[in-house]
Design a protein around this ligand. Structure first.
Ligand SMILES: [Zn+2]
Ligand SMILES: [Zn+2]
Length: 113
């Protein structure tokens, strides 16, 4: 809406600018609180870890296909269905422990806590 009074218009723009400035400052403060550097570092580590995980799983898949690795029953409960390879160390891709999904889940919860 156009203002007839140029002074009033200017004032209005100033108010808008100030309000906006406050908002921007507020947003910036919030972002800083979230710590973008830490987030970036976390993202980087996550990507790195998962790249390794993916390549490790690819190596296991290949080894299984080539017969270098043979899936066994679950190392904990002896189940033979849906056996998954659990890695204690992703630097040793062929050093896997065979676990059923239940025991595998338990194993990961154990590691995390
Ligand atoms: Zn099991
Ligand atoms: Zn695992």
């Amino acid at each position: 809406m156009p203002y007839k009074d140029p002074v009033k218009q200017k004032q209005c723009q100033n108010e808008w600018y100030l309000r906006n400035k406050e908002l921007t400052a507020e947003r910036r403060k919030k972002n800083r609180a979230k710590n973008p550097e830490k987030k970036r570092e976390y993202d980087r580590l996550w990507a790195k870890a998962h790249r390794k995980e993916r390549s490790t799983h690819a190596k296991v898949y290949y080894a299984l296909k080539m017969g270098k690795l043979v899936k066994g029953p679950c190392n904990r409960c002896g189940a033979t269905e849906n056996i998954q390879g659990h890695h204690h160390d992703y630097d040793k891709p062929l050093d896997v422990e065979w676990l059923c999904p239940v025991c595998h889940g338990k194993e990961h919860r154990k590691v995390k806590s």
